[in-house]
Ligand binder design. Structure first.
Ligand SMILES: Nc1ncnc2c1ncn2[C@@H]1O[C@H](COP(=O)(O)OP(=O)(O)OP(=O)(O)O)[C@@H](O)[C@H]1O
Ligand SMILES: [Mg+2]
Length: 383
């Protein structure tokens, strides 16, 4: 689907401060943003980040952590309590939403019930005084992007939830914003359409060099399309990093748990570097003072499992521990095992395509993993 940015019509927010340097220059800056409602604890506090032109940031976090509030402040729908919002260096904190050149897809799509699909999508263009002929063409192009050309004349009540969601997406894209704010834009779509639309959003966003913030509950979705991910917790940005960094080197146990499954082991650092966990002594990559109480975390798919009937696997610096399979769950492309290891229960994931090996409940096994795959946090830092 070939789309290009249309020339900007009179009355449309001028991109006067558009970054001449283009991609990689800082486009959106949030400086110590804070939002308080009355005397409640802040919904968002001390939120600072910088997005480069054309960057897609995924915003993840549990319900109520402040994701929607953050988008609402950026778009100007709620005033900030403190802090500043800069677009290409220009302070827009006090500007009304329609002067910010931002497209927004709301969590609740907020379509106008009395307008058709096409009229809903055209609304932002009318506000910007785009000519009728041009508006018509742009509306159909935007509906094409979300595969809804055929439904242009329907009313929102005649659409499914997923179709309404796509109208909301078209309405945000049609104004060809320099910044796109998406609040769980795919939450009502089935798995297949969701995958297609997320790739579509990524394509459009990259092709047009739009800077975007994408709120989602789905960490896999965020990993799949985002340049960086921010994990929020109780109004604060806990970590911001590339998907790989976030997954491999989470800075807190909260983030580690939020972006994929984790095994948790509690232990105490020994003289000489090992960590005592129950009866076992495990190796970790890091060091810490002897006697320190630690939380160790290991991703389930980083653990290799072998039958105890064959020889114990070569330790070669790895952690090797005996265990007994307690539960087997088939999830299509992987098998999930719960394995009793001393007093602990370990989750182990193995791909169903990686080998013929599978295990049954009651099997005696060895679990083996590398110290490098063992994340170490001081005890008490977990959620
Ligand atoms: N208008 C309001 N008045 C008072 N409190 C509010 C208001 N809007 C949001 N909040 C509170 O601010 C906090 C953050 O809400 P927000 O909608 O940003 O969460 P969220 O991360 O988007 O959650 P979800 O994933 O459920 O959509 C919540 O505790 C919420 O109750
Ligand atoms: Mg929300």
């Amino acid at each position: 689907m070939a789309i290009a940015r249309a020339p900007h019509a009179a009355g449309e927010a001028p991109r006067d401060a558009a970054p001449a340097a283009g991609l990689n220059s800082v486009h959106l800056t949030l400086e110590a943003l804070e939002k308080r409602y009355g005397n409640l604890p802040p919904s968002v506090s001390a939120l600072s980040l910088q997005l480069r032109q054309g960057e897609l940031l995924g915003l993840l976090g549990p319900s109520g952590c402040g994701k929607t509030t953050t988008l609402r402040m950026i778009s100007g729908l709620v005033p900030v309590t403190a802090g500043r919002i800069l677009v290409a260096g220009r302070d827009v904190t006090a500007l009304p939403p329609y002067r910010r050149d931002m497209g927004v897809v709301f969590q609740a799509y907020a379509l106008f019930p009395h307008m058709t699909v096409a009229e809903n999508v055209a609304f932002g263009l009318e506000m910007r005084k785009v000519s009728r002929t041009e508006a018509k063409e742009r509306v159909m192009r935007a509906l094409g992007m979300v595969r809804l050309e055929a439904l242009a004349d329907r009313k929102p009540r005649e659409l499914s939830g997923g179709q309404q969601q796509r109208v909301a997406l078209a309405r945000a894209l049609v104004i060809e914003p320099s910044i796109l704010l998406l609040d769980e834009p795919l939450s009502n779509l089935d798995a297949k359409l969701r995958d297609e639309m997320r790739n579509e959003i990524r394509d459009i966003q990259q092709r047009l060099g739009i800077t975007a913030v994408f709120v989602t509950h789905d960490q896999v979705e965020a990993m799949a399309i985002c340049d960086r991910i921010g994990v929020m917790r109780a109004g604060r940005l806990e970590q911001i990093a590339t998907p790989l960094e976030m997954y491999e080197r989470p800075t807190t146990p909260f983030v580690a748990d939020f972006v994929g499954r984790m095994n948790h082991l509690r232990g105490t650092r020994l003289e000489g570097g090992g960590v005592r966990v129950g009866e076992a002594v495990l190796a970790t990559a890091g060091t810490s003072p002897a006697g320190e109480a630690l939380l160790l975390m290991v991703r389930p798919h980083r653990i290799q499992m072998t039958p105890a009937a064959t020889a114990q696997p070569e330790a070669a610096g790895r952690n090797v521990q005996p265990g007994t399979v307690r539960r087997v769950t088939f999830v299509g492309d992987a098998l999930h095992y719960e394995v009793a290891m001393g007093a602990e229960t370990m989750l182990v994931e193995s791909s169903t395509v990686s080998g013929p090996q599978s295990f049954a409940v009651g099997d005696a096994v060895f679990l083996a993993w590398s110290p490098d795959d063992t994340l170490t946090f001081p005890a008490g830092t977990e959620a």
